[in-house]
Design a protein around this ligand. Structure first.
Ligand code: FES
Length: 129
């Protein structure tokens, strides 16, 4: 049996300006891995474009703020509101949502996206795969 291992390496994938605040860029690396790069709060995050549910292209879905329900003292609903301090991406296949800063689904324990190290240097974005 032959085991192959590859050494992680940083790949230049885009110009820094290609991912604006609250924006996203999906790139394919080496024809094998597709990564979604997000910028939120000035930081970059990189996630594999593969949903934990059934493998859908989670990083290519709609970007929204988290929806929170406001409750009164009796736990009665006062309606829903968008939490602008969060940024979620919604998988286009069945609606799993992921917080782009953690890669986790807010309501399904264990459902998360695979992360990749990402850095911004000299005006370029590099992802380590
Ligand atoms: S594959 Fe993403 S929600 Fe089902």
């Amino acid at each position: 049996m032959t085991t192959t291992t590859s050494t992680p390496r940083a790949v230049d994938v885009a110009a820094a300006g290609d991912v604006p605040e609250r924006g996203r860029l999906v790139v394919e690396i080496d024809g094998t891995t597709t990564v979604g790069i997000f910028r939120f709060g000035g930081r970059l995050y990189a996630w594999e474009n593969r949903c934990a549910h059934q493998g859908g292209p989670a990083c290519q879905g709609r970007i929204i703020s988290r929806v929170r329900e406001r409750l009164d003292e009796g736990k009665r609903s006062l309606g829903l509101r968008f939490d602008e301090d969060t940024m979620h991406v919604v998988c286009p296949w069945h609606g799993y949502e992921y917080d782009v800063t953690t890669g986790r689904h807010p309501g399904v324990p264990g459902a998360s996206l695979r992360s990749f190290p990402v850095v911004e240097e000299e005006g370029r974005i590099r992802v380590t795969v």
